[in-house]
Design a binder for this molecule. Structure first.
Ligand code: ADP
Length: 377
């Protein structure tokens, strides 16, 4: 029997707000989405009360999960700072379920600040972001193949598809199954290609993910980071949503990132976007591990001849100018596109080919920069 919205609302009526009011009467609920046993909604509260609401969020999630037929319950607590409320409003991100203020821009924290320590994920030595200033530059393709390149170097690697606006990891990996829950009710990432993989696309249809609003996105990503049984990993690669807006900034502030890899194509426009990405990570004190130039040159699949159709080399020059490492050039090649789109990533399906070697070399440059952190863990 499929779960109905009515059933969910009935369960919510039994949960009380910190003031003892039934949740359904507290004027805090977003629209409740129920889809094939999966339930999503957010509880929107004043940031000043966010701490008090965290236990309500947990109780709500438990109540929803207890409804027969519910397979997934993703309940986000979103905190909005009301005009004129005290400036100390946002509750610091602590453990399981983060509370992110919509508009609050925390001052930059040093990498050693207590805030960054608080957010470490047990079992994971280093979380790194793969980011791009805009969509369509091959960020997700690069994130997956970089993860596989790191795997080939003997590291334990996970991949989190945080590109909540358009998760492409299900397509790139061919994974279409839903994660199971373990005894602690944490989601078990899907194991494929020797990677632990998690994507919002495993839980919701792409169209559903597309309409999520900023604060809810943040909460969902936090849950995917922290409510997943990642196990022991040397590196977790996070495929970030494209762009450098508020959502990305907040994410970069709240996820304990050890570094970021920026993907750019050689064209001027995407370089300008990449520069924004660099500036954003700088703002939150996340070290930029380097820039990758994707679709750097065209390699004819027939004759192997190389043409620099996009004015190759722009990202290398930009990296030099900005004083960040240049990690490598990936050609625009049919087999990268074809393997990506058929769920058989090139590093895995053509391990002895030239492209796998490029991704491994990029992986080695990333690994070298994280060596200390990985060894310490
Ligand atoms: P993004 O995550 O930046 O939106 P994707 O990784 O989804 O980009 O890639 C967009 C498209 O470009 C996909 O069809 C992918 O197969 C293709 N693509 C990415 N990198 C390359 C490449 N180096 N050569 C050929 N096609 C590529």
């Amino acid at each position: 029997m499929s779960v109905t919205q009515q059933q969910v609302l009935k369960a919510l009526a039994g949960v009380k707000s910190p003031d003892g009011v039934a949740l359904t009467d507290a004027n805090v609920l977003s629209a409740v989405t129920v889809n094939d046993g999966k339930v999503f909604f957010s509880i929107n509260v004043d940031a000043a009360q966010a701490r008090a609401w965290e236990s309500v969020r947990a109780a709500t999630e438990a109540a929803v999960r207890a409804i027969p037929g519910v397979t997934t319950a993703m309940i986000a607590l979103t905190a909005e700072r009301k005009p004129g409320s005290p400036s100390a409003a946002p509750a610091p991100h602590r453990h399981s379920h983060g509370v992110q203020p919509v508009s609050a821009h925390r001052p930059p924290q040093s990498p050693a600040s207590p805030m960054s320590k608080q957010s470490e994920i047990p079992g994971i030595a280093a979380v790194i972001a793969v980011a791009s200033g805009k969509g369509g530059v091959g960020k997700s393709t690069t994130a997956l193949n970089l993860a596989l390149g790191l795997r080939d170097l003997g590291l334990r690697v996970g991949l989190l598809d945080a590109d909540i606006y358009g998760p492409s990891v299900p397509r790139l990996t061919g994974i279409h199954e839903k994660p199971q829950l373990d005894d602690n009710r944490k989601m078990i990432p899907i194991q494929r290609f020797g990677l632990a993989i998690m994507s919002i696309g495993f839980l919701v249809e792409e169209e559903t993910a597309m309409i999520w609003r900023g604060p809810m996105v943040m909460s969902a990503i936090t849950q995917m980071l922290r409510d997943v049984a990642w196990g022991t990993l040397d590196i977790l690669v996070v495929d970030m949503p494209p762009g450098t807006g508020d959502a990305q900034l907040t994410l970069a502030q709240n996820v304990p990132l050890r570094g970021a890899v920026i993907i750019s194509t050689p064209q001027d426009l995407s370089l300008i976007d990449a520069r924004r990405g660099l500036a954003m990570f700088k703002k939150v004190n996340v070290p930029v591990l380097g820039i990758v130039e994707n679709m750097s040159y065209f390699q004819c699949p027939e004759c192997g001849t190389r043409s620099d159709i996009f004015g190759h080399g722009g990202a290398r020059l930009e990296a030099e100018r900005l004083g960040v490492p240049f990690l490598g050039e990936i050609p625009l090649h049919m087999s990268i596109r074809a393997t990506s789109d058929s769920g058989t990533p090139v590093v895995d399906s053509e391990p002895d080919g030239p492209h796998a070697a490029i991704y491994r070399a990029i992986g080695a440059k990333v690994r070298d920069q994280l060596q200390g952190v990985i060894a310490a863990a």
